[in-house]
Design a protein around this ligand. Structure first.
Ligand code: SAM
Length: 230
């Protein structure tokens, strides 16, 4: 396992504002502990029913989030890939992946988030996506994928249930397929995984060649492979 740091750019104004941006970003990420108050799938659906309109606006305020997403896609998606975006929400990763991929399938528990994702792909004239309202656990794809990506979905899953989600991701992939995960760091906010937790969960699910990339002060991208001979 190796790791790389994606650092902030060094323009003078940005350097000056960096402590403030870091404090705001950290406060925002720590605010996502609100997911602890959602005990069931129904509660998550209800939350996103009312949260969906402000969701993209909030994330759009942080260039670190957009850079992290691009980093995820650059590291994982290759031309011609069939990709699954797990917990796709409003489709932020789906639309970045689509121009590189053959097809991107997005799944999400919230039908309201899926509606917004559909609207986004329509507005951007993206034709190679399919979006479904379903939970990860209930999704049964007709064919396996070259790549699975997931951004900020894992915090919604209670720690003891995460191994099951990682197993689903493993099973969605063809042998030799790659998973890419984008989220925040458990060292900053405890609803996310620490380096050790993510390594442990990926390894237990059967993934190999695990690489972790710290992005800015709070984000992390993890990439791992389902071994060829499985
Ligand atoms: C924080 S949002 C992230 C959305 C998007 N990936 C992004 O980066 O903007 C988390 C999403 O995960 C979805 N989600 C939570 N648990 C899920 C599950 N078990 N199966 C499918 N989607 C789930 C939620 O409905 C929500 O849209």
């Amino acid at each position: 396992m190796n790791g790389t740091m994606v650092s902030e750019d060094n323009a003078p104004l940005r350097r000056l504002l960096r402590p403030l941006v870091k404090a705001l970003r950290t406060a925002y990420i720590q605010g996502t502990t609100v997911v602890k108050l959602m005990p069931s799938e129904r509660a998550i659906q209800l939350y996103y029913k009312y949260r969906r309109k402000s969701y993209d606006f909030q994330w759009s305020m942080d260039p670190g989030y957009r850079k992290g997403l691009r980093k995820l896609i650059e590291l994982v998606i290759e031309k011609g890939d069939r990709v699954l975006d797990v917990g796709c929400g409003t489709g932020s990763a789906t639309v970045v992946a689509a121009p590189r991929a053959q097809e991107v399938v997005g799944i999400d528990l919230s039908p309201h988030m899926i509606e917004l994702a559909e609207e986004k792909t329509r507005k951007k004239n993206i034709a190679n996506t399919c979006l479904f309202a379903t939970s990860v656990e209930e999704y049964c794809p007709e064919a396996k994928f070259d790549k699975v990506i997931s951004s900020f979905m894992i915090p919604h899953v209670k720690p003891h249930l995460r191994p099951k989600i990682y197993s689903c991701m493993y099973n969605f992939l063809k042998p030799g397929g790659v998973v890419g995960l984008f989220g925040s760091r458990g060292e900053v906010c405890d609803v996310y995984e620490t380096r050790d937790e993510i390594l442990d969960n990926l390894t237990r699910a059967g993934f190999a060649d695990i690489k972790l990339y710290d992005v800015y002060d709070v984000y992390r991208v993890a990439v791992a492979k389902r071994p060829d001979n499985t």
